[in-house]
Design a protein around this ligand. Sequence first.
Ligand code: G3H
Ligand code: 13P
Ligand code: NA
Ligand code: ZN
Length: 316
Amino acid sequence: GLSNTRDMFAKAMSGGYAIPAYNFNNLEQLQAIVTACAETSSPVIIQVSKGARNYANQTMLRYMAMGAVQMAREMGSQIPIALHLDHGDTFELCKSCVESGFSSVMIDGSHLPYDENIALTRKVVEYAHQFDVSVEGELGVLAGIEDEVEAEHSTYTKPEEVEDFVARTGVDSLAISIGTSHGAYKFKLKEGEEVPPLRFDILEECEKRIPGFPIVLHGASSVVQEYVQLINRYGGKMDGAVGVPEEQLRKAAASAVCKINIDSDGRLAVTAKIREHLANNPAEFDPRKYLGDARNELIRLIRHKNEAVLGSAGKG
Ligand code: G3H
Ligand code: 13P
Ligand code: NA
Ligand code: ZN
């Protein structure tokens, strides 16, 4: 069956790598994740957002996840697979996911006042732990894409809060904000400007205060430029899309960061390949053809992440 994240994180912590957490909303994405992770023998967290749940139906997603485990086993792979709720925003949503068989949930109270974040997170932990479901909390707010640099600074995780938060909530892992953001436009760069480095100093301060405790990095897509270029070449418009350089993700994976969340890169791969396929095959109308192309690219992308960026390949 599905695994919770406890063992995965313990091994990632001592092994100096990170577990990939890939979002999925549909069949082809999930097939690609399972195929690539089974082939590279990587433990994996498959995660669904509230939006995914609304798009695909929570029951459907849960059965798909169970099917994913079965598919991996039939491929001869014993990799652990966790089904995780990404960015749960209420106790009721987390409870509903626990009830329906998720093995891990995130309660994201990061936008709340500190004490309210603690109270809400604590409530989810007390409920989820009865069922051996792991809980991820968050401190600090990831910058929105419209935020100015000044606003981003005020929302970095405060290292002086992490020890108290972890102790008072009982969470199993903690997402922090060190300069990443969600989506494909993570940094507003002027002409010739380079992507600013993540705030590894804040990460290190957090690690010092909660030694050996699993940290989670959200907003960790690299925004692969080959995909952005393909999208732009075949009718799309994604000027200025930029993400976190792989070298910084490698550095994060080697630290106490035990879970790295990737969604946007997969979306870009799928969109790039569908646009390319349809542009080059204007008479094609069988979705299996262009979705198959997209799925193959997603497999390549995930293999690469596991093998060359997160270091999770061979750890399953
Ligand atoms: O945290 C954001 C994830 O990429 C999920 O995105 O809410 O559009 O499904 P979504
Ligand atoms: P990206 O948008 O960088 O892929 O981040 C995904 C994420 O953090 C999901 O929780
Ligand atoms: Na790590
Ligand atoms: Zn996130």
